[in-house]
Design a protein around this ligand. Structure first.
Ligand SMILES: NC(=O)c1ccc[n+]([C@@H]2O[C@H](COP(=O)([O-])OP(=O)(O)OC[C@H]3O[C@@H](n4cnc5c(N)ncnc54)[C@H](OP(=O)(O)O)[C@@H]3O)[C@@H](O)[C@H]2O)c1
Length: 420
């Protein structure tokens, strides 16, 4: 019989209020909300003031509270709260992808040390149950790929640019007016948000905690009308897509970049603020999940599902973590990209291994070719500073294998490309 949990909640914004609503309107599951900690003393709250506190110790020091739900918008303060709660033997539910991606190692260790559960379904793709799908259903099957649309704000903007043919700045403005994009949209439009989610999912898909600093995130800030026209003429849509992909038995890669996708992709019709996730198993093939990736009630529902799971003692088992210690993250991968550039000097900056298409006119030049992902990563600043636009044109990734060769007593590295 499930025990009735006593909850301490941090944050009463979009998701906190969503959780409050779903908790009070769920028929099957009951939990008692003991205290809600917020920050701003001047804000009017739509709930009884007895529940509200401005002091985190009211929750952390309360021995009756066994579950902390962390829904604040400050990643470093969230880490302080979550780690202290775990040290005090409390289970934690959080939606904070940035905090998780930046501190997965410490949080993983704290769970084991203090024998508590940390659940975070809402942190990756909102209401889509992707973490538990990876943890429970795919706990033993080797995965080939997890990809999709993990960010609703950029998907809304990109949908407007392609479907309504409006420019990127206008689409961004519209998404801000509709409340999808924040006034500072950097996290979304530069691809940090989907990168954090990809780092979290990489742990559950491939069992590795990777340094988010090593993961390339290219966003959509440099998208111009010519790129939109190129995609439209070829019948493509542009989606910002994280890729978490196994390259061989020992290596996998993770990165975030725009991608042209055609009508035969499951993601082609995942438009506006919706998210979609594709999981490809070694034996089961492709699975596709679609749903709301953000928003008060969908995200609140994902948090409630985690709280409910705690009532029957659920915790992530991280089976892939134990199975995958030989697996390594790499950026040594060839990718096929479209690069729109301004002048020949831009193109000279990039060492393409192969160029399949080249188009040059006074105001619009592009190439389509294959290039090392690591090269894109090291040139990220140049790409942004010079407003170049990059989009993947296919989902073929090719691992570069470096084999040492001995020539005249000198050990050199020779690169060989393995086609999957
Ligand atoms: N919004 C979404 O759809 C969505 C989806 C998935 C995940 N998330 C994640 O969920 C978390 C919350 O997002 P949100 O959209 O609900 O944010 P939000 O609407 O901006 O609300 C943030 C809340 O956190 C409180 N807060 C900030 N610093 C605090 C502190 N030091 N101590 C106590 N309370 C503090 C704020 O207090 P005041 O009310 O006093 O200002 C506010 O209630 C974030 O990590 C976000 O990435 C959001």
């Amino acid at each position: 019989m499930a025990e009735k949990l006593k909850i301490g909640l941090f944050g009463f914004g979009c998701v906190g209020q969503g959780l409050y609503h779903v908790l009070n309107n769920s028929t099957g599951f009951k939990a008692s909300l003991e205290c809600i900690v917020v920050k701003d003393k001047t804000k009017k709250r739509p709930i009884a003031s007895e529940l509200i506190s401005y002091n985190k110790w009211d929750v952390l020091d309360n021995g009756d509270i066994s579950v902390v739900v962390e829904l604040i918008d400050d990643a470093e303060e969230a880490f302080e709260i979550v780690s202290e709660a775990m040290r005090r033997g409390k289970h934690v539910v959080t939606a904070n992808k940035k905090m998780l991606a930046l501190h997965l190692n410490e949080l993983y260790a704290l769970q084991n040390k203090f024998k508590v559960s940390l659940l975070y379904e809402a942190a990756a793709c909102g209401s889509i149950p992707i973490i538990r799908t990876l943890e429970e259903y795919f706990d033993n099957e080797d995965l080939k790929r997890v990809t999709g649309i993990f960010n609703g704000t950029t998907n809304f903007i990109l949908t407007q640019t392609i479907n309504e043919r409006i420019s990127y700045p206008d689409a961004l403005l519209l998404s801000q007016e509709k409340g999808f994009a924040e006034s500072d949209p950097t996290n979304d439009v530069e691809g940090y948000d989907p990168k954090y989610k990809a780092v979290i999912l990489a742990l559950h898909a491939f069992g590795k905690i990777i340094d988010e600093d090593k993961v390339l995130n290219l966003g959509i800030t440099t998208l111009q009308d010519e790129d939109i026209q190129y995609a439209s003429e070829k019948g493509y849509k542009i989606k910002l897509m994280p890729v978490i992909e196994r390259l061989d038995d020992d290596k996998f890669s993770v990165f975030v970049a725009p991608r042209f996708i055609s009508k035969n992709s499951q993601l082609y019709n995942v438009d506006s603020e919706f998210n979609g996730v594709i999981v490809e198993g070694k034996f089961s093939g492709e699975q596709f999940l679609q749903g709301r990736g953000a928003g008060s009630l969908p995200t609140g529902a994902a948090v409630l599902s985690d709280v409910s799971a705690l009532s029957y003692g659920y915790r992530y088992e991280f089976k892939k973590y134990a199975q995958s210690q030989h697996v390594e993250f790499t950026n040594e991968v060839m990718v096929e990209i479209y690069l729109r550039y301004n002048n020949p000097a831009d193109l000279e900056m990039f060492d393409f291994k192969e160029i399949n298409q080249k188009y040059t006119e006074e105001k619009y030049s592009y190439v389509v070719g294959t290039i090392n992902l690591n090269e894109l990563r090291t040139k990220r600043k140049y790409i942004l500073d010079n407003k170049l636009f990059i989009s993947l044109v296919s989902n073929k990734l090719t691992l570069i294998v470096k084999t040492p060769v001995v020539e005249k007593g000198v050990v050199e590295e020779k690169s060989k490309i393995l086609i999957q």
